[in-house]
Write a protein that binds this ligand. Structure first.
Ligand code: GDP
Length: 194
């Protein structure tokens, strides 16, 4: 192989000496303020950041989990980090993504109304077999609920998406959401291999 490629693979190996069997890219999308950064924070660090401020750019986080038959699957999670303000995220954000969490805020009807727009964008830009999970976040704020569970569920069913409600604040459903999508990605991706 060309020297540049060898060098590149060496630097990747030294940066990342943790072992895993598969690495899957997962992207988060949805309106600004729905809780995307905090979902990632909760899953990867088991913590919550009340005053999280978006930086401009893309943020990454990783976490390795075990999938049924002792396989180690590393999730490489991409968070928009404020780019969603420009409405349409660059296609490089979606490139190679095999999973997407499309997040809305159950207390913010607009964020749910924008779900079809986000869905269209991910379908146009991510891998053809990208698995998409619709996530209704902030379920701890039930007294301010503006989107019924059945609205989320029925949209998901009509569009062939998985569906879950979560709270990044109290951790409800967060591990389940990531674990479930990773499991499905694992099934889809390993089926493709001979
Ligand atoms: P992002 O812009 O989609 O990345 O959203 P952030 O993660 O930055 O969260 C936006 C705001 O919503 C912050 O003030 C968070 O503290 C708050 N937030 C995020 N998730 C939850 C949640 O599950 N419950 C509640 N009550 N607040 C949340």
């Amino acid at each position: 192989p060309p020297a540049a490629l060898v060098l590149l693979s060496i630097s990747i190996a030294t940066m990342d000496n943790e072992s895993y069997d598969f690495i899957f890219k997962i992207v988060l999308l949805g309106d600004s303020g729905v809780g995307k950064s905090n979902l990632v924070f909760r899953f990867t660090k088991n913590d919550f950041n009340k005053d999280s401020k978006s930086t401009i750019g893309v943020e990454f986080a990783t976490k390795t989990v075990q999938i049924d038959d002792n396989r180690l699957v590393k999730a490489q999670i991409w968070d928009t980090a404020g780019q969603e303000r420009y409405r349409s995220i660059a296609s490089s954000y979606y490139r190679g993504a095999v999973g997407a969490l499309l997040v809305y805020d159950i207390t913010d009807r607009d964020s749910f109304n924008h779900v079809p727009m986000w869905l269209k964008e991910v379908e146009e830009n991510a891998e053809k077999d990208c698995l998409i999970m619709l996530v209704g976040n902030k379920m701890d704020l039930s007294e301010e609920r503006a989107v019924f569970v059945r609205d989320g569920r029925s949209f998901a069913r009509k569009n062939g998406l998985a569906f879950i409600e979560t709270s990044a604040l109290d951790a409800t459903g967060v591990d389940t959401a990531f674990q479930r999508i990773l499991q499905e990605i694992y099934k889809t991706q390993t089926k493709k291999q001979p």
